[in-house]
Design a protein around this ligand. Structure first.
Ligand code: CDT
Length: 293
C-alpha cells in the first residue's frame, strides 16, 4: 500500500510586532503536534514567519528586508544572493537531509502602488516580489513509503524509488489557476502542497457582481478557496493539502483560514475548525490517484 499521513499546520494571527522567535515557537508546537500524530508531511502557510507584510507599505528597503531570509523551509520571503526578492517555498526531505524542491510564486496578486483610501487593504505583492522563475516541476520524495510499487513513472532524481510519492507545490494565488495544476498533473503529481494568506476583506481587489456585507464577502472568499482546491484536486486526480494563515493580524487584518485536505474525488477529508493555530492530520492512500487500475 502507498499510504501517507499528511498534515496542514494552520497559523493564527501573526502581528507586525510579533517576533520571529515567538512565531517560530508556535510553528514548532504545531510541527510537534503533527509529528505526535505520526504525520509524515507537514504543510505550513505562505510567508509563514511573519505577518502578511504585503498589506503594509515600506519605503525603507532595510526595514523590508527583515521579512526576508536567505534560507528556511516552509513558505518564506526569499532574498537571493543577487538581491532579488521572491515569495517562495521549499520542501525539505528528512530522508535526504536537504531541500529537494524549491518554488517561487508565479501569480502575484494586488497592486504595485498602495491604495490611498483610509480603509484600504493593500496587497503589495507586485511591489515586493518578482514573479517566480522556477518551472512547475513535480518531485519524488524518497523514504516516505517503504514498499515501492511498479508505476513505470520515470520522473524524479537518481534516488527516487518508483513508489515514492510525486509531489507539487504552489503558493496561494497560484491555486486559483488551472495551468500550474495541469502542468504538475501531467507529470503524475499525486499530492499538491499549498500555503496561503487569503484576506477575508479586500476592497478594490476582489471583483463582485453585487455589494456584500463583510459576512457575505467572507463566505464568498471561502467558497472560491474550497472551490479551487476541490475542483483542481478532482480534475488532476490528486490529493492536496493547503495550510492557511488565519484570524486577524494586528487585530484588524482578517484572514479566512480554511486549511483543508482534499482527496482526488474533490472531497474535503479534513479541515481546520478554528481561526487560530491548529493542526489537521489525515491518512491518504495514493492508490486513489489512479482511477480504474
Ligand atoms: N496571498 C495571496 O496570494 N492572496 C490572494 C488574494 C488576492 S487579492 C485579494 C489569494 O488568491 O488568496
Amino acid at each position: 500500500p502507498r499510504i501517507l499521513k499528511v498534515a496542514a499546520a494552520q497559523v493564527g494571527p501573526v502581528h507586525l510586532t510579533s517576533t520571529k522567535e515567538e512565531t517560530l515557537k508556535r510553528l514548532l508546537t504545531l510541527f510537534y503536534a503533527a509529528a505526535a500524530q505520526c504525520a509524515q508531511i507537514v504543510v505550513f502557510p505562505e510567508l509563514t514567519h511573519t505577518t502578511f507584510f504585503p498589506r503594509h507599505l515600506f519605503s525603507d528597503g532595510l526595514e523590508l528586508d527583515k521579512f526576508f531570509e536567505v534560507d528556511f523551509y516552509l513558505g518564506y520571503g526569499e532574498l537571493t544572493p543577487e538581491g532579488k526578492h521572491y515569495n517562495s517555498s521549499f520542501y525539505y526531505s528528512v530522508t535526504l537531509g536537504q531541500i529537494i524542491s524549491r518554488y517561487r510564486k508565479v501569480h502575484l496578486p494586488g497592486t504595485f502602488e498602495p491604495f490611498t483610501t483610509p480603509d484600504a487593504v493593500n496587497q503589495l505583492e507586485k511591489r515586493y516580489f518578482l514573479p517566480g522563475d522556477i518551472p512547475f516541476k513535480a518531485f519524488r520524495v524518497p523514504g516516505l513509503i517503504d514498499a515501492a510499487l511498479k508505476r513505470g513513472n520515470t520522473i524524479g532524481g537518481p534516488t527516487a524509488g518508483k513508489g515514492d510519492p510525486i509531489i507539487g507545490q504552489l503558493i496561494c494565488n497560484d491555486r486559483r489557476w488551472a495551468e500550474p495544476w495541469r502542468v504538475y498533473g501531467l507529470q503524475g503529481m499525486e499530492l499538491m502542497l499549498v500555503g496561503y494568506n487569503t484576506t477575508s476583506h479586500s476592497p478594490g481587489l476582489w471583483g463582485s457582481s453585487k455589494p456584500m456585507t463583510l459576512e457575505e464577502e467572507y463566505k464568498e472568499v471561502m467558497f472560491h478557496h474550497t472551490l479551487v482546491m476541490q475542483y483542481n484536486s478532482y480534475s488532476n486526480s490528486c490529493f492536496s493539502v493547503c495550510a492557511a494563515r488565519a484570524g486577524a493580524d494586528d487585530g484588524k487584518w482578517g484572514m479566512i483560514g480554511g486549511s483543508c485536505i482534499v482527496d482526488p474525488q474533490g472531497h474535503i477529508i479534513a479541515e481546520a475548525k478554528t481561526d487560530d493555530d491548529e493542526v489537521i492530520v489525515t491518512e491518504i492512500d495514493l492508490k486513489y490517484c489512479r482511477q480504474g487500475e
